[in-house]
Design a protein around this ligand. Sequence first.
Ligand code: FE2
Length: 296
Amino acid sequence: MQFAKSEWEPRIGTADFEEMMKRALRSDGFLILEAVMSPSLLARLQAGFGKVLDEFVAANASNRGANRFNTHLYLDGVFADEELVANPIALRLIHGLLGIDAACSWAAADTPLPGSDYQVAHADGRPLFRSHDLSLPVYALAVNFPLVDFTEENGPLEIWGNGTHLLSDVAPHLGAADRPPQRVTMPAGSLMIRDTRMWHRGSPNRSDHARPNLAFVYHRSWYRFEGEAGHTPPAVSAEAYAGWSLATRRLFRFAATDPALTESHRIEMVYRLEALEEEAGLARSRAPMAAVAALA
Ligand SMILES: [Fe+2]
């Protein structure tokens, strides 16, 4: 489901809307709230990522097909902003679906440049039991923030949001032939949350500009990315880490941290469920969802 700002803003913070969003993610495998990000953060990210992309493209060959670049994000400065890495609206859904002890193990951007081509239909996350036709609850969610408007021309994401995340015994590139995908157009600064098992692909960018899409993957506490092809844990600067709340530090407890971090910081990253639950209770009373709407 996809909601314009005029549709979600009056309803965000209500229990009915939150339950409906969770149902949409469980059944469709994706949810889009348009224009969630504050304009000031969006402007700073656009400027900051422009530099990151230019440097990466100058030094590297395309790594996701022709003229398509996947860029890991070093979590420092604007890329460590808690409105981005621990977005309050996204976090309510992440905690609701993945548990209060969820963690983040992926921070990157996917950017097709002009001249890019179709990707093969694929899933970012694998079925946990590939040989069985089992529809299991979600274990990982990808959170996307487009930094430009996604239009018909600039290579929007194409998705099969018809429950494909629940098909564990069908290869995406084969099953995708059954029906055409949905092309995702949305304004810059939108929030897209998707079950990592949902089938999708990038499409050709026929515009004259890059189409960056930031991506963070959050997962249940027991899931580990080690062994997944090409996995690189997020890296966090000591300055960013020191400025984060305890809850955000715990969210990134599997991240690679700067060697300059003190031992006391490392101890804080130890997983303590009781403390997380206690803090969540406090957080709920301190920051109800009504306050979250003010961020948008
Ligand atoms: Fe993908």
